[in-house]
Design a protein around this ligand. Structure first.
Ligand code: UGA
Length: 487
């Protein structure tokens, strides 16, 4: 049989499948002959490992695939290679139950799986703002030649719009045509620190599909999620749509969240010059249900592996598509976010009585305790962490910086070896002229200011997360600075 080209394949699957208001499809048998589709998750980083473990917990037979032998060995031994509450226990339980295994062998993945989820990273390109898709390409081209029966390849990684079509073309080039391998896109919305909950009980599921077979197979691959919801008397909204909308759903959601955070941080800048208190302002507007109070916490701005790089990749893609102007505001969102990091350094200079010149302040001879390194609490992830970025600026300004974080120390020490790392909050603060809270861990939020005051050289604190009880600290004799709050 002649192999259809990508355009022909696309025409064939799109013409007969109406996607608007599509009801749950008729079940189709998994090509492997197993009663439920067998799932592979390619890439066992944050996303893939969490999904693999959680879907095994939902009862699926699952294989996690990676090229990183050390990571696979740790996962196979029951160790999650990053900190995520609740995941270790689920990993060990599902390894023991025999539903979950890990492999580096793409041939094994191909013979095992019915639905292959691509969960690899899409970092910012070294040479620009766009996303580096080489990991996606490698995953697809490593798997496709080994496929020996019909299967569905589903993208989960965050990608520029148009990637799913490109993946379909890659599959057309690298897989045998007679197996009619199909592609779908189903973005994920999990938040680090709540990842288990977000996978087992998602706020919504988006399915970008081109055929009823793909829709049906993806529905079966999520049936465990729907069954769990039904048992708990909940419903999981499902949006069935085209590839482009599915891809955009992810970047649009992250762009909206980033914009909301930068909006309140822009209000913090205004409060700083007008004498208002942005934490009160956020409450005053957040009670309006049209606005909502979530993602309205002002502070040092957003970080992590997703929001910052996603808004940049989104702008780069819009530019390529000739619609750069539509997303020009995201550049402003990014700038507001970056300014917040500089603002903490400015407050540090103010509190320590150092003048702030064009190259920043000279903090030589000062000792600063940085509380927090991870980009948010309940994770050890320090990628694009505002805490590490601020600590780096303080080190560059000449301060002696000691850092404490309940989980992120090892990763932070790799990112910023010039700082000192201490085994406890108290050790970091001992002898400090200034304490900066840069991650809102509970351990920092509920520390007793009177007790901590006994250890420091000067009672000065910057609450860069607006997470402390300001009157409590000032009553204990601390000079206190928040973000967008009166001193
Ligand atoms: C984000 C999205 O929230 C997820 O829905 C998405 O799936 C994920 O990216 C992804 O693309 O994979 P995550 O990076 O885990 O999740 O972190 P968030 O909870 O969104 O926080 C991001 C940053 O915003 C953190 O630095 C946090 O401190 C900051 N933030 C959050 C604020 O400054 N203010 C807020 O009100 C909320």
């Amino acid at each position: 049989m002649a192999r259809p080209g990508p355009d022909e394949r696309r025409r064939r699957v799109t013409t007969h499948y109406p996607i608007a208001h599509t009801p749950p499809p008729q079940p189709v048998a998994p090509p492997s002959g197993a009663p439920r589709p067998r799932l592979t998750f390619i890439g066992t980083g944050y996303l893939g490992a969490t999904y693999a473990i959680c879907f095994a917990e939902l009862g699926y037979e699952v294989m996690g695939i990676d090229i990183n032998a050390e990571r696979l060995a740790r996962l196979s031994a029951g160790q999650v290679p990053f900190h995520e509450p609740g995941l270790d226990e689920l990993l060990r339980r599902n390894l023991a139950a025999g539903r979950l295994r890990f492999s580096a062998d793409f041939a094994e993945a191909a013979s095992f799986g019915d639905v292959h989820f691509i969960c690899v990273q899409t970092p910012q390109r070294a040479d620009g703002l766009g996303a580096d898709l080489s990991f996606v390409e490698n995953a697809v081209t490593a798997l496709a030649p080994h496929l020996r029966r019909k299967a569905l390849i589903v993208g989960k990684s965050t990608v520029p719009v148009g990637t799913a079509e490109w993946v379909e073309q890659l599959v057309g080039k690298h897989a045998a045509a007679e197996h009619d391998i199909e592609v779908a896109w189903s973005p994920e919305f999990l938040q680090e620190g709540y990842a288990v909950e977000d996978v087992l009980r998602p706020s919504r599921i988006v399915l970008g599909v081109k055929s009823s077979w793909a829709h049906s197979m993806l529905h079966s691959a999520h049936k465990g999620v729907f069954d769990l919801a039904a048992n708990e008397d909940r419903e999981v909204p499902v949006v069935v749509t085209d590839f482009a909308t599915a891809e955009l759903a992810k970047v649009a959601a992250n762009a909206f969240l980033a914009t909301k955070i930068s909006f309140i941080n822009a209000m913090a800048e205004i409060c700083e010059v007008a004498g208002g208190d942005v934490t009160h302002l956020a409450r005053a507007i957040g009670h309006d249900p049209r606005i909502g109070n979530k993602f309205l916490r002002s502070g040092v701005g957003f970080g992590g592996a997703c929001l910052p790089k996603d808004i940049r990749a989104f702008q780069a893609r819009a530019q390529e598509l000739g619609a750069g102007e539509a997303l020009r505001f995201l550049h402003e969102v990014d700038l507001i976010n970056q300014r917040r990091r500089g603002r903490v350094v400015q407050l540090a200079a103010d509190l320590l009585g150092r003048s702030y010149g064009p190259a920043g302040p000279d903090l030589t001879g000062t000792r600063i305790a940085v509380l927090g390194a991870s980009f948010k609490p309940n994770t050890d992830d320090v990628r694009d962490s505002p805490a590490v970025a601020v600590a780096t600026k303080l080190v560059r300004a000449g301060a002696q910086v000691s850092i404490y974080d309940p989980q992120g120390m090892d990763n932070a020490a790799k990112a910023l070896p010039e700082a000192e790392y201490t085994a406890s909050l108290t050790a970091a603060a001992t002898g400090a002229d200034l304490v900066c809270v840069l991650t809102a861990w509970d351990e920092f939020r509920y520390v007793d200011p009177a007790v901590l005051g006994e250890h420091v050289a000067g009672r000065r604190i910057i609450d860069a997360m607006n997470c402390l009880d300001m009157p409590l600290w000032t009553a204990a004799g601390w000079e206190f600075r928040g973000m967008g709050r009166p001193s």
